[in-house]
Design a binder for this molecule. Structure first.
Ligand code: ATP
Ligand code: MG
Length: 197
């Protein structure tokens, strides 16, 4: 039987329970065999701030997903040189698993951006897109190819990486917003302590 694989791309700076709940909900809804988390390489969309080193974001993602037998992490984007394009992510994963059906999981906000990216048609040929709605974002599907995107409502989780970084910088807790191991990793590596970074 064809394997069904979720692909969850993100900066994961840091990964938080919003990402994990979204992946879990979509996995349940589409009966996915696996969800692959793919931390971005150089995040060209976020040039207004410094992003934590790819290796730290990768390791936090590994720590956060380690306990779930259906969650894995891929290095395709951080090992590819240059900025990350979703078309490249999907092409690489498709080449590695040509028999699998891919479901690209993305927040409604990121989905809007995807439509402005290059190679949009190629994107939709490689994967079915799943837009997870989160508090404060409405999915406007005006330009989406018919039947190529499904929306899934994720239980209200107003958690964002920006909020987690701001909390660490202000000396406030991120316990229970991110997995325990990620709290400890952030502290061990002194990530996000300097708000100018
Ligand atoms: P930032 O605050 O820096 O923008 P973020 O919390 O949006 O970070 P990203 O790594 O940019 O995290 O997100 C990766 C993917 O997860 C995106 O598709 C995003 O829309 C989605 N996402 C982020 N937070 C949530 C959440 N709380 N619930 C559901 N999806 C989310
Ligand atoms: Mg975001």
């Amino acid at each position: 039987m064809q394997r069904k694989i979720g692909v969850m791309g993100g900066t994961f700076d840091p990964i938080h329970h919003g990402h994990l709940v979204a992946a879990s909900e979509v996995a349940d809804r589409f009966a996915l065999d696996e969800v692959i988390f793919v931390p971005t390489g150089e995040p060209w969309q976020k040039t207004d701030r410094d992003v934590a080193p790819a290796e730290d974001r990768y390791l936090m993602t590994v720590v956060a997903t380690a306990s779930n037998p259906r969650f894995t992490v891929s290095r395709v984007d951080i090992d590819r040189r240059g900025p990350t394009y979703t078309a490249d992510t999907l092409a690489d994963l498709h080449a590695a698993m040509p028999e699998a059906k891919l479901f690209f999981i993305t927040g409604a906000d990121a989905l809007q951006q995807i439509l402005s990216w290059r190679k949009v048609d190629e994107l939709f040929s490689h994967a079915h897109f799943v837009g997870v709605t989160r508090p404060g974002y409405e999915l406007a599907d005006g330009h989406l190819p018919q039947g190529s995107v499904t929306t899934v409502e994720v239980p209200a989780m107003a958690i964002s990486s920006s909020e987690c970084r701001a909390r660490v910088a202000a000396g406030r807790p991120v316990w229970y917003l991110v997995p325990d191991g990620v709290v400890q990793y952030i502290s061990k590596r002194s990530l996000y302590v300097d708000p100018g970074r």
